[in-house]
Design a protein around this ligand. Structure first.
Ligand code: ZN
Length: 426
């Protein structure tokens, strides 16, 4: 494997406030691109790897990677379809209801979703009688959305796109951006562009994984090249100021292992951040979110997790047990590569997404088989990589478990999956 220098660049300073970076507190690389699944052994062998460092800004506390991959390389063959899981469908339905109710949106109102994927979320808005527009950079995925009846513009979103889309489609009541703000190298320009699209009472509503959950639950496998930023409420408020907006309200939602749903509005309408937001920022400071020692402790725990997972799976294999995986999300790429676990330990993994089946987990080359392979091959153990969906997966795979198969969870410490001990699906 090798690095392709043209695809990788290294940012010297914070992407929110411009403060030069201190040394990274965690280094996960060399790491292949998490979602570029090789289809053949030759593609696997030719795959490039890149550094994957994690820094925290000493000024604005934004946790981020300085390692930037050219989006044309990163998202060219994106295979993650949001419409796939029951958990996501339930989340989308609740999200649409929340937005429509909060804003009192009706048939005349436009809701725009940035990085709208296969249109799954906007279909829920259509069901509530609201006009919709998707913006999606991956041409193949945008085409799927159009086929489902969701008008979708194929383009990357940035500050200029916000102005152009408003000119073409008029002001929006809400601009949604789920799991996309964390993906852009210029989050200030992105947020400013989204702000251009909303009317005076409109809101930009962003969902992003919460760095607090990552710290609490050691979710280091949510770190990969697509995720450039890991937001706290304090960092989001600072970002809003840079973009000329106010952070009006923040909700905690359970999706993706714990996310923030941040509501931004025009300063002319909301001259200050919300009172609850200001109180939450003070609580974050109390929990050490701005303290470098917090992140040093996190890194130490990540290395301990690597030792424990390698030890546990290695002992099982040495004892003649077979170990497989469930799922091939980006998380699997990060954890398997960082822990150095290949097909000699995790002999295969399974995935419901037909676009992933037949490929390999990048870097480590664990083959991805259809879900049925779990019942057919009956490995003694299966590590659930999308641990945020563990309860749903365990329910679907009751037959595998009844036949003696056992699920394992990798984080925060590797352990058997026990129904009663796990939190409800998120
Ligand atoms: Zn900063």
């Amino acid at each position: 494997m090798s690095t392709t220098p043209t695809a990788h660049s290294r940012r010297p300073a914070c992407r929110a406030c411009g403060t030069p970076f201190d040394a990274p507190f965690l280094q996960l690389g060399p790491m292949p691109l998490a979602n570029n699944l090789p289809r053949t052994p030759a593609e696997l062998a030719a795959q490039a790897t890149y550094p994957l460092d994690v820094c925290v800004c000493r000024t604005c506390s934004l946790v981020q990677t300085p390692d930037v991959i050219d989006p044309q390389v990163l998202f060219a063959h994106y295979v993650y379809l949001t419409g796939m899981s029951d958990t996501m469908r339930t989340h989308n339905r609740g999200y649409a209801a929340h937005v429509v109710q909060l804003l009192g949106a009706g048939p005349q109102d436009l809701v725009v979703d940035i990085a709208s994927n296969d249109g799954s979320l906007l279909l829920e808005f259509q069901a509530l009688g609201v006009r919709t527009l998707g913006v999606e950079p991956a041409a193949n995925v945008a085409e799927i959305a159009r086929g489902r009846g969701v008008e979708t513009v194929t383009r990357f979103f940035d500050d200029a796109a916000g102005g152009a889309l408003r000119d073409a489609h008029g002001p929006a009541r809400a601009v949604l951006a789920n799991n996309v703000l964390a993906h852009v190298d210029d989050p200030v320009g992105f947020l400013r562009g989204a702000g251009r699209m909303i009317g005076p009472e409109g809101m930009v509503i962003v969902e992003a994984p919460y760095v607090g959950e990552m710290l609490d639950r050691l979710e280091y496998d949510t770190i990969y090249h697509e995720h450039l930023s890991y937001f706290s409420i304090g960092a989001l408020a600072r970002l809003a100021e840079e973009a000329g907006l106010s952070l009006v309200r923040v909700d905690h939602v359970a999706i993706h292992g714990g996310s923030l749903r941040a509501h931004f509005g025009h300063r002319a309408t909301w001259p200050a951040h919300g009172g609850d937001v200001i109180a939450a920022i003070a609580r974050e400071r109390g929990h050490g979110f701005a303290d470098p020692a917090t992140y040093e402790r996190f890194a130490t725990a990540v290395h301990a997790n690597r030792d424990a997972l390698r030890g546990m799976l290695g002992e099982l294999v040495a004892a003649g047990k077979t170990v497989a995986g469930y799922g091939a999300p980006a998380k699997a790429t990060t954890i398997l590569n960082f822990c150095g676990l290949g097909a000699d330990v995790v002999s295969f993994t399974v995935d419901r997404n037909p676009l992933k089946v037949g490929g390999f987990v990048p870097g480590v080359g664990v083959p991805i088989l259809p879900v049925e392979a779990l019942a057919e091959r009956r490995p003694d153990y299966a590590v659930i990589f999308p641990w945020n969906l563990a309860a749903e997966i365990a329910r679907q795979q009751a037959a595998y478990r009844a036949a003696g198969g056992r699920f394992l969870l990798p984080l925060p410490m590797p352990r058997p999956f026990e129904d009663a001990a796990e939190r409800s699906p998120s």
